[in-house]
Design a protein around this ligand. Structure first.
Ligand SMILES: [Zn+2]
Length: 267
């Protein structure tokens, strides 16, 4: 299948799509828009895998979101089993989320780190990339710095470790540390709403970045007020092209190569 645009991170597996899921999936097929449907726990990972199995233009990512580690223990056998499916292209979303927890909750942070490491081990075992969810606490880059410490340590022993930092909202320096270990970063519709990330978008080489929507969250500027859907990723491609002074076609070509290299999804 040739994709016009590809959204590397979205959630057709969440409640907001319950009412019209089939219609929405069909309209994306007609527009030749592909996406990776990302799990956040067992149930949504299972659903992502099923949707990917039923639809050529949907791929799956399975794992346990850091916000959910208090509700669910990481069941390695369960995730290993579903990740064997050929349409499962990554492990996650996993990582550290310090936005919603008490800054002094050291036990909570340690639990997140432990579960994150289990998912790194699984990704290495299956030779799959990680889909990282990293959200620092307010006015801080804490979760980025602590995630990078863990990844840099693993990378020394495991040169094959790879992945993408989803919903990137870090600095140029943080981006550089991801690039250093061969990880890409992906940007959402947020870059169409604020100019806060213009500099980092210009800084990261095109072959080390990707575009996503995180649908149903954060519709890009021209669709504000609507439920976000993967086709809106076109706005993110366009904004990246504009910021980098490139044609839309160049961005489409390089992003197709990136997707193939990182997730094994050819155009
Ligand atoms: Zn997500």
């Amino acid at each position: 299948m040739k994709y016009n645009f590809f959204d590397i991170h979205s959630h057709f597996n969440l409640d907001s799509f319950d009412g019209d899921l089939n219609v929405v999936i069909e309209s994306h097929k007609e527009k030749s828009i592909g996406t990776i449907c990302v799990g956040v726990d067992k149930a949504t990972s299972e659903k992502a895998k099923s949707l990917a199995g039923e639809h050529e233009h949907i791929f799956a990512c399975v794992g346990l979101h850091p916000d959910n580690v208090t509700e669910e223990e990481f069941d390695t056998e369960f995730y290993k089993d579903i990740a064997m499916n050929p349409k499962v292209v990554a492990i996650g979303e996993c990582g550290l989320d310090y936005f919603r927890i008490d800054p002094n909750d050291h036990v909570g942070k340690d639990t997140q780190k432990e579960v994150f490491k289990q998912q790194i081990e699984l990704a290495l075992y299956l030779d799959l990339p990680l889909m990282l969810h990293i959200r620092p606490s307010q006015n801080s880059y804490d979760a980025y710095l602590e995630t990078l410490e863990i990844l840099e340590e693993y990378k020394k022993e495991n040169p094959k470790l790879k992945g993408n930092s989803h919903f990137f909202v870090g600095t140029k320096e943080i981006a550089d540390r991801f690039l250093e270990i061969g990880f890409t970063v992906s940007f959402t519709g947020v870059i169409t709403i604020t100019s806060d990330y213009d500099e980092v978008v210009r800084h990261v080489p095109l072959d080390m970045m990707m575009a996503e929507t995180d649908a149903p969250f954060v519709a890009p500027k021209s669709h504000r007020g609507k439920r976000c859907e993967p086709y809106m990723v076109e706005e993110v491609y366009k904004k990246i092209a504009e910021l980098k002074g490139l044609s839309l076609e160049e961005v489409q070509t390089v992003f197709a190569e990136n997707r193939k290299r990182v997730f094994g999804i050819p155009n």
